[in-house]
Write a protein that binds this ligand. Structure first.
Ligand code: GLU
Length: 452
């Protein structure tokens, strides 16, 4: 799976300028699970060079959301701590003649773009700054202009073997020389990301296909810095059924909102990584299982459309297969006891984990009598036939085997009143599993119409 025998190093590099949504989870999971499966390293790197928009609160929320998904980074980095590294890279690029000062204002650049479009030319930067003599630069600076710095692209076809898309190429002659340093001295993501990937030894970069062009540019920068490019993979982007992309504005698809709505993290994870692949979207019992399914070459090229309404069913299906150990802590936090036996009895009936609390009350608390008055005699008879304690998984069958011939009832007329009296509900988990949990005392009282 990895290009070499050494364990791979991958990173998820969000900008802490908003909450993570399910589309971000897709990228995070592809990287984290790739690392996990190969025994590699997963780095969480905050791309927080945009100081005006980045906040500590969003950074914390990202860590919390990743933890909810079950992703624990092996290493956490912040670009805002690493300015000295970017300074050094900038000096190096200047020294090798790949970074040049440009003095145009935003307005001037916009006028150039318009004029190029009118002449039928692509609206890319015309490299006028490259023609400036030292005297002209000095004059502009004396006028008070502060340069921004552009990377001089080779203008060639940069090719790579994409982990998802196969042979890929970007013609950098068709692109503007990217600005790497703003006039205020701050650095752009295009540079900082490359410097970090090199210094952190990142071996695989898996990110959205909106970064394909960036990759062409960044490979040039990596090589200008004397390094070897990592392997790149660009996955398709999640969209809504109408083709609309996910954006940070779509608050209800933020991981936080999904968590608060009671969706299962594993269901969100399965949806996030299996949608838009040739694999079926199905519940996983663990992240390790999901990691074993993922195959980057099975990600399709078409947009990954998903219907948020499918998530509830996937959450339910996920719960139905979760082992007790996976939920024990969360059940305890809900005040639900009963251990594994209770979990196995009820999990198949849950749409959300929190619903386990209601079934726990059925087992452990009191329920309002719900039996129909017409059934009172039948239920009294059934109570008299309850097997002696201790009760186990065979008790229910033994009881029914006695109640059926004694009452002459069968089918719904037999089972429905028993369920209603014992659980207070029309439907629910198998009585075979619930009865021993409810226990003889409560069962008898409920059949006799006493509050219990
Ligand atoms: N901060 C960038 C983003 O969120 C990271 C892209 C990358 O993975 O290089 O789009």
């Amino acid at each position: 799976m990895s290009k070499s025998a050494t364990p791979p190093i991958l990173r998820f590099a969000p900008s802490p300028t908003g909450l993570l949504h399910v589309g971000n989870a897709r990228t995070a999971l592809y990287n984290a699970l790739y690392a996990r499966r190969a025994g590699g390293t997963f780095i969480l790197r905050y791309d927080d060079t945009d100081l005006a928009r980045s906040t500590a609160a969003f950074a914390d929320a990202i860590a919390e959301d990743l933890a909810w998904l079950g992703l624990t980074p092996d290493r956490v980095e912040r670009q805002s701590d690493r300015t000295a590294r970017y300074d050094a890279a900038v000096e190096r690029l200047k020294a090798v003649g790949r970074l040049y000062p440009a003095y145009e204002t935003e307005d001037e650049l916009e006028r150039k773009r318009v004029s190029r479009r009118l002449r039928g030319l692509p609206p890319i930067y015309d490299r006028a700054a490259l023609q400036l003599t030292l005297e002209e630069r000095a004059r502009l600076e004396a006028e008070g202009r502060v340069p921004h710095w552009r990377f001089k692209l080779d203008g060639r076809r940069v090719a790579w073997d994409d982990l998802v898309r196969g042979e890929q190429g970007v013609d950098t002659a068709a692109l503007s020389d990217p600005v790497l340093v703003r006039a205020d001295g701050s650095y752009l993501y295009t540079l900082t990301s490359v410097v970090d990937d090199i210094e952190m030894g990142v071996t695989h970069v898996i990110r959205g296909e909106d970064h394909v062009t960036n990759t062409g540019v960044q490979i040039e920068i990596i090589e200008a810095l004397g390094a070897v490019a990592p392997a790149f993979g660009h996955h398709n982007l999640l969209t809504l059924p109408n083709g609309e992309g996910l954006s940070k504005r779509l608050g209800h698809l933020s991981l936080r909102a999904l968590r608060e709505a009671g969706e299962e993290a594993l269901a969100v994870a399965a949806l996030a990584v299996l949608t838009g692949t040739s694999l079926a979207v199905e519940p996983a019992a663990s992240l390790d299982e999901l990691a074993g399914w993922i195959d980057l070459s099975k990600i399709s090229r078409a947009p990954a459309r998903f219907d948020p309404n499918d998530l509830a069913a996937l959450t339910a299906a996920t719960l139905h297969g979760l082992p007790y150990a996976a939920v024990a802590e969360r059940l305890a936090a809900l005040g639900v006891g009963g251990g594994e036996a209770f979990w196995l009895a009820v999990r198949g009936n849950l749409g959300r984990l929190a619903e386990a609390a209601a079934w726990w009350r059925v087992v452990d608390g009191a329920i309002a009598p719900a039996a129909a008055p017409d059934d009172a005699a039948f239920l009294q008879e059934a109570a008299g036939l309850l097997p002696p304690a201790p009760w186990d998984a065979s008790t229910y069958q033994a009881w029914i085997a006695a109640v059926k011939p004694a009452s002459g009832r069968a089918g719904r007329a037999l089972f429905h009143p028993l369920r209603l009296a014992l659980t207070g509900a029309e439907s629910g988990p198998e009585l075979k599993a619930l009865l021993p949990l409810i226990g003889p005392e409560k069962a008898r009282a409920r059949l006799l119409g006493e509050t219990a």
